[in-house]
Design a protein around this ligand. Structure first.
Ligand code: CAA
Length: 380
């Protein structure tokens, strides 16, 4: 196993670090005030960071999964709202690159990667199908050369701004997860509408909406992958996506750690007993310990994906470990930094709010544990 980033991986991580410093950090407070980070998306699009693993023909960076998690960690340390938007866009681009026809790639990839589309969105969850994704109710019925989509999607990141949405729908109600097919829909299709904007605790600069499909006619040429392959498309996306969410959480966790160290050092200058007491030092050490251990799992999962190996269990382990370590770090930061962190506009307050959902979206910690346990039972 070799996690040491190669020169190309490091170049992508460096690009992300510079973009975080120059674009995301200066706008982090404004983004956290609920303003969708269009300028950040434009800047990241110019750098290729919306298509980290995508072929340069389409403006991407042809990077590895390791480069992807390194870049996401850098971006998330500065602004998690921008990063979740970027992560879902990368995920949709990856699925089009992996399962798409030449026509679909030509139609969408350059626009997704450049930022012309602003974002891609991934529409799997529904009002009555969150964790049990295969029980989704949205249906697609064949009509001549087309499909007609009906149903509702919920908690869709960037669903209102995305230039393309990857929608999972039932094409055969009798076949369970094998009766699900993926489609690429576009805004402006008659019958497609954006509903409620979620009023969230964190990630306030990212947009999370419900979507409705009422007799939306989608050509068969917009079907992504084979008939009945939609659940596999979604799960393949999530194997990579969960590494990204793990990296996003770790980025936030390290920001909490650095910020707490800074605050305690300043406090120690004023009152030696408070800033250097063993309680504070041990807890900082625990934050670093858990974050570093989890980060190794994230890198392992990304590395396995780069080797073309099955890594569903490892992605689940990476996500649960990273998001729980990062939540621990942000929670501990809040306690140690006290009044400096409880100020609503502080960096620690922002990451404390932003990190919480990482244990919920792209599969809850409970679902990750189910995936791990099932893999163990299957001898994987
Ligand atoms: N890759 C490829 N195929 C996979 C797979 C994977 N990782 N996982 C499962 N499959 C295949 C299986 O091999 C099986 O195929 P066969 O029928 O051919 O044998 C089929 O899919 C069904 O698999 P399961 O029996 O394991 O499916 P299940 O119904 O028991 O559910 C689950 C599995 C893991 C619980 C799944 O429903 C799940 O991951 N739930 C969580 C959903 C989720 O993560 N939602 C996130 C929403 S997106 C989001 O949050 C993004 C955002 O906006 C930030």
């Amino acid at each position: 196993m070799q996690f040491e980033p190669g020169a190309a991986d490091q170049h992508i991580a460096d690009l992300a670090r510079a973009a975080a410093r120059d674009h995301l950090t200066p706008r982090a407070a404004r983004t956290d005030a609920g303003i969708f980070p269009r300028e950040n998306i434009a800047a990241l699009g110019q750098l290729g960071l919306l298509g980290i693993k995508i072929d340069p023909t389409f403006g991407g960076l042809d990077g590895s999964n390791l480069a992807y998690v390194l870049a996401i960690r850098e971006l998330a340390g500065a602004c998690a709202s921008t990063t979740v938007t970027v992560a879902v866009t990368n995920m949709v681009a990856d699925m089009i690159a992996r399962f798409g026809t030449d026509e679909q790639k030509q139609r969408h990839l350059a626009k997704l990667v450049s930022g012309e589309y602003l974002a891609g969105s991934f529409a799997l969850s529904e009002p009555s199908a969150g964790s049990d994704a295969a029980s989704l109710q949205t249906r697609a019925e064949r009509r001549g050369d087309d499909w007609v989509l009906n149903g509702n999607k919920l908690w869709i990141t960037s669903g209102d701004v995305a230039g393309v949405t990857l929608v999972m729908a039932k094409t055969d109600a009798n076949k369970g997860s094998r009766g699900i097919t993926a489609f690429l829909t576009e805004p402006g299709m008659p019958g497609f509408s954006v509903g409620r904007h979620e009023d969230k605790l964190g990630l306030l600069g990212s947009s999370t909406v419900s979507l409705a499909f009422e007799d939306v006619v989608v050509p068969d040429s917009a079907r992504l992958g084979a008939l009945g392959q939609g659940f596999e498309v979604a799960m393949t996306a999530l194997d990579g996506g969960r590494c990204g969410i793990g990296a996003q959480a770790i980025g936030m966790g390290y920001t909490a750690l650095r910020e707490t160290s800074r605050i305690l050092t300043a406090r120690a200058a004023r009152d030696k007993a408070l800033g250097t007491e063993q309680n504070a030092l041990f807890r900082l050490a625990d934050m670093a310990l858990r974050l570093d251990a989890a980060w190794l799992l994230v890198q392992r999962a990304a590395w396995l994906r780069d080797q073309g190996k099955k890594m569903t269990k490892e992605a689940a382990m990476a996500k649960v470990a990273a998001t729980e370590a990062a939540n621990f770090a942000c929670q501990t930061a809040m306690q140690l930094a006290g009044p400096d962190a409880f100020d609503a506009g502080s960096t620690i307050a922002r990451v404390w709010r932003d990190v919480r959902v990482s244990r919920i979206y792209e599969g809850t910690s409970e679902i990750q544990r189910l995936v791990i346990a099932r893999s163990l039972a299957a001898g994987l």
